[in-house]
Unconditional design. Structure first.
Length: 217
């Protein structure tokens, strides 16, 4: 009795073709984004906004849709929203993602609830598209997360950088010393972790050059 052969999956493109297509998409995306004024750069990496993920999705026939939105409470008080979204291709859900936006975030604490609802949905849609197409964005040199996710972190980074400046002044460190030690051209290029490490070190009143010498020893 002859064995029945079933085709489980058909590979439409070779790996080389997949990469070539992704490189073309990455190049086109970079061309579009480079002309936009609203760029979010954290730790030297630029992150894509929802409209950028939508553009990338168009290259592959992928779009995002909101599946649900749930109001979040602290006790009996509404504090924000949790949204769930999906990345869709030809009617099929490729991935799903959840995201929230609450008044606990400093830059959203005084915003009306409808704006929090909208941002939760936007973040969820961005994450769903990123789940599918993040590898193309990384190929283009962009950060792995989304700008909507990174925005709260950007606020935290700015606060930490202000703290870094205060500690540096108190310890007698110059801006040039900090930049030279960290290997960056400007303070905003420091990651959250790098800034926190410098603050901890300077609070101990350890000269920057001494730690650098120890690392090179």
């Amino acid at each position: 009795m002859a064995m029945e052969t079933k085709v489980i999956a058909k590979i439409e493109e070779t790996p080389a073709e997949v990469i070539a297509t992704a490189q073309l998409a990455a190049k086109q995306l970079t061309t579009i984004i480079s002309s936009r004024p609203n760029k979010l750069v954290v730790g030297g990496k630029q992150y894509l906004y929802f409209e950028d993920w939508q553009t990338l999705g168009k290259f592959y026939g992928v779009s995002a849709r909101v599946l649900s939105t749930e109001e979040l409470f602290k006790g009996k008080i509404a504090i924000g929203y949790l949204a769930k979204a999906a990345a869709v291709h030809n009617g099929y859900e490729l991935s799903t993602a959840e995201a929230e936006c609450t008044q606990a975030e400093p830059n959203w604490s005084s915003k009306p609830m409808f704006q929090l609802r909208s941002m939760a949905q936007t973040r969820a849609c961005s994450k769903a598209l990123r789940n599918c197409l993040g590898w193309v964005a990384v190929l283009a040199g962009y950060g792995e997360g989304t700008a909507e996710e990174m925005a709260p972190q950007e606020v935290a980074n700015k606060r930490l950088l202000l703290q870094l400046i205060d500690v540096a002044k108190a310890g007698g460190y110059t801006k040039a010393e900090i930049l030279d030690y960290a290997g960056v051209e400007k303070l905003s290029d420091l990651s959250f972790e790098e800034a926190a490490r410098l603050i901890a070190m300077m609070k101990k009143h350890e000269p920057l050059i001494r730690e650098l010498e120890n690392e090179l020893a």
